[in-house]
Design a binder for this molecule. Structure first.
Ligand SMILES: Cc1cc2nc3c(=O)[nH]c(=O)nc-3n(C[C@H](O)[C@H](O)[C@H](O)COP(=O)(O)OP(=O)(O)OC[C@H]3O[C@@H](n4cnc5c(N)ncnc54)[C@H](O)[C@@H]3O)c2cc1C
Length: 471
């Protein structure tokens, strides 16, 4: 029951058998969690929609009966964005997994939202094409969730984030109306850019039921350089120097000692024993130019203080190296009962100052903090971990204190709360640090235009209006 309405029974009457997961079914618990530490928030009902019509029917019935509805992709989010904080229905698109079209002529793919990002990449690459956004979760996150969160990843440094690849969308609105926004052409400036507005709206404007995505020709060859540094500040200094010289690789990542120590023994690739920090730099282009590029980058890194540099041109070696990089976050989570991974972004010129501030926060709060991430973009994954008892609220209060200081410092350095993970539930209380009340108010009005009853993913992204003194 949700608000006195038996929404499960109502949905079960309209949707195919097996689509509705009702109370008592143990699978329901899975829809109350994501990869963040928030929750669990139990759903009253979960629905696995297989078509746009089914999504629209759920949104029509939820609006009719005033029941909250929370869209969900693969549940890999790190901010609690897909959790049903006000109960009601979780609308999952996980089974909408069709790649409807890949067009080498138009350089577009048309896909359903539940397609797993890595599977889309494999499918387009088989046709000589390239879909650049590469969140580290690409083996299990969905393309609809990527668009909803405007996901990034290592390659964003050169190729940009998801928004730059979403040309058009089909969305179902609260109430059941289905709308097509955007276009199929790479260029196009007709009307307001509603597509860009839906991208990054974190499931609060509408449910994405189809995406038209921009593709690129697949780069003929790729090579990766691993540079070893004494410490993470040294790695950051080297990267700032490289970028200052106008170097534009497709990836510039860093990871500190705590991060790389956590993957030792877990990954096929073993980082050298002397690594106090690493930088991963990747270039693509014509095969005959890559050796030269990597050599020059290696020399530049050594000139900037690298202890060692290793080139990885062989695809198997590159895969193992990236697998190790992607294991950092899951390894931290497995090793500690408490882990919060934030993804603040600071101007590149402030990375070294931010790293220093993070060190001070760790020392003041008395908790280890691992930092890795997309240094080329100033996007640092600051992971506060704790081995204290997760059942004790004091343990979380300590972690929250550290995170609050990380946010305040990032904004103080003219950065932003989130470079790619989104705001969701967890960062919502900190929005005031970065955005003025007027800016928040215009965003509330925008949300109200699509969802006047505040039933679609309520309690996320934009915080409630703070009462003024006269109220
Ligand atoms: C180990 C790990 C590494 C990660 N690395 C990265 C990274 O490098 N870069 C990065 O950006 N993120 C990363 N993430 C975070 C996460 O994978 C992304 O935010 C991803 O885009 C979420 O996709 P999802 O399908 O799992 O969405 P979910 O978690 O299911 O949902 C996320 C949000 O999108 C909304 N949503 C989902 N589907 C739809 C839809 N069809 N229509 C409307 N709204 C929808 C939900 O309501 C929610 O607000 C990582 C996560 C993990 C666990």
């Amino acid at each position: 029951m949700a608000g006195g309405v038996d929404i499960g029974a109502i949905l079960a009457r309209e949707l195919p058998a097996g689509a509705v997961i009702l109370p008592g079914d143990e699978r329901l618990a899975d829809y109350g969690r994501d990869e963040s530490p928030a929750g669990p928030f139990p759903a009253d009902v979960a629905v696995k929609c297989g078509t746009t019509e089914e999504v629209a029917a759920v949104l029509r019935l939820c609006a009719e009966h005033r029941v909250p509805c929370t869209p969900r992709g693969a549940g890999s989010g790190l901010t609690g964005g897909c959790l049903p904080v006000r109960g009601g229905v979780v609308l999952s698109v996980e089974t909408m997994q069709r790649v409807k079209e890949i067009s080498p002529d138009d350089l577009v793919a048309v896909v359903e939202p539940g397609v797993i990002t890595g599977e889309l990449q494999t499918a387009v690459e088989a046709q000589g094409l390239f879909y650049p956004p590469d969140p580290a979760s690409l083996e299990y996150c969905s393309i609809g969730g990527n668009a909803a969160n405007n996901a990034g990843g290592p390659r964003a440094f050169r190729y940009g984030v998801t928004r730059e690849y979403v040309l058009g969308l089909e969305v179902a609105l609260m109430g059941g109306e289905v709308l097509r926004v955007g276009r199929r052409t790479t260029k196009g400036v007709t009307g307001y850019d509603l597509t860009a507005g839906f991208v990054g709206s974190e499931g609060t404007f509408g449910v994405i039921t189809e995406l038209t995505l921009r593709l690129l020709p697949k780069p003929p060859a790729v090579a990766t350089l691993l540079a070893i540094f004494k410490d993470v500040a040294g790695a950051a200094r080297a990267i700032t120097a490289l970028i200052g010289r106008g170097v534009r690789p497709r990836v510039i990542e860093i990871a500190d000692r705590t991060s790389i120590d956590h993957v030792r023994g877990r990954s096929r690739y073993t980082f050298p024993a002397n690594a106090g920090a690493i930088a991963l730099i990747e270039v693509d282009g014509d095969a005959d130019t890559l050796d030269g590029q990597i050599e020059r980058l290696g020399e530049d890194c050594e000139a900037a203080g690298a202890l060692d540099v290793f080139a990885a041109n062989d695809p198997a070696e590159r895969r193992a190296l990236w697998e190790a990089r992607r294991l950092i976050s899951p390894s931290l989570k497995e090793a500690h009962p408490i882990k919060i991974g934030e993804d603040v972004c600071v101007p590149r010129s402030a990375i070294i100052e931010m790293l220093g501030r993070v060190d001070r926060i760790a020392a003041d709060v008395g908790l280890p903090i691992a930092v890795f991430g997309h240094a080329g973009d100033g996007n640092l994954h600051v992971n506060v971990v704790s081995d204290e008892d997760p059942a004790d609220p004091a343990s979380w209060a300590k972690v929250d204190r550290a995170c609050a200081r990380v946010f305040a410092d990032a904004v103080d350095l003219r950065g932003t709360l989130s470079g790619e993970h989104g705001i969701g539930l967890i960062k919502r209380p900190y929005m005031h640090l970065e955005q003025s009340e007027r800016v928040l108010e215009w965003q509330r009005r925008w949300k109200a235009m699509w969802d006047p009853l505040d039933l679609l993913n309520p309690g996320k992204l934009i915080p409630e209006r703070r009462p003024t003194c006269s109220e």
